[in-house]
Design a protein around this ligand. Structure first.
Ligand code: DGL
Length: 253
């Protein structure tokens, strides 16, 4: 079984790509809904949660872990790898590299949680992969919570999206990296603002390809899905159709 986790619903965007790439793998998705959002937590708090979830998933029999959360990856992926040296761990990091390669204007932006924006790992990622490109880091407090509450049509959210994105477009940004897995569910809202002026960059498919490379025999199981959550597990199943992920419901055990 492949364990996939996030603070809440955001990682379902990664799980969907994983399920498409690995149709016969068994997955266990864990949403840490008792502690969402991670974006305003301290590094120590996030590391504590990631360690506990890693133990929970490996005890359930997961032989590969996907950290479907940029914030948890930026803060705690190394600690998770150290705690489970025999198990491959795939993290999710903002697609700075593809955005820097694709940009024509030489200006890109990355939308993240506050914790990711402040992380050393994001600074390293920008230094290593965006040498000659100007990168605007835009923390988006509250967006993950809107997704979590399935308030995707809230006019206040639409207004905040516009208020954050328009100034980036005015600066000439032509690639906008989704640096939080929750924001994939805001793509329609974001694309309305972007129009033809810029493109979104999402790494879910790349994460799925990397997982595929590491899955080995885990790719050949029953194609089942278990959903677990630290609070209100029933809301996960109910959220699938709202997030246009009905195809995952067919795999549920
Ligand atoms: N989905 C997470 C991420 O990719 C975190 C959102 C949150 O809990 O603040 O960063």
């Amino acid at each position: 079984m492949i364990g996939v986790f996030d603070s809440g619903l955001g990682g379902l965007s990664v799980l969907a790509a994983l399920a498409d790439a690995l149709p016969h793998a068994d997955f266990c998705y864990y949403a840490d809904t008792a502690h969402v959002p991670y974006g305003n937590k301290t590094e120590a708090q996030i590391q504590g949660r990631v360690t506990a979830i890693g133990e929970h998933l490996t005890r359930l029999g997961c032989g590969l872990l996907v950290v479907a959360c940029n914030t948890a990856t930026a803060t705690a992926v190394e600690a998770l790898r150290a705690a489970h040296p025999g198990i491959p761990v795939v993290g999710v990091e903002p697609g700075i590299k593809p955005a820097a390669q694709e940009t024509k204007s030489g200006r890109i932006a990355v939308l993240t949680t506050e914790a990711t924006a402040n992380s050393l790992r994001l600074k390293q990622l920008i230094r290593d992969h965006a040498g000659r490109v100007e990168v605007f880091v835009e923390p988006c407090p509250g967006w993950a919570t809107h997704v979590e509450m399935l308030q995707l049509d809230d006019p206040a959210l639409a207004a905040d999206v516009r208020a954050r994105i328009e100034p980036l477009l005015d600066k000439g940004v032509d690639r906008i990296v989704l640096g939080c897995t929750h924001y994939s569910f805001l793509a329609p809202l974001l694309n309305e603002v972007l129009g033809q002026r810029a493109q979104l960059v999402d790494v879910a498919a790349a994460v799925a390809r990397q997982t595929q490379r590491l899955a080995g025999a885990l790719a050949r199981r029953g194609g089942k899905l278990q959903l677990h959550a630290s609070a209100h597990p029933e809301r996960l199943r109910a959220a699938l159709p709202r997030l246009h992920l009905g195809r995952l419901a067919a795999r549920l055990v």
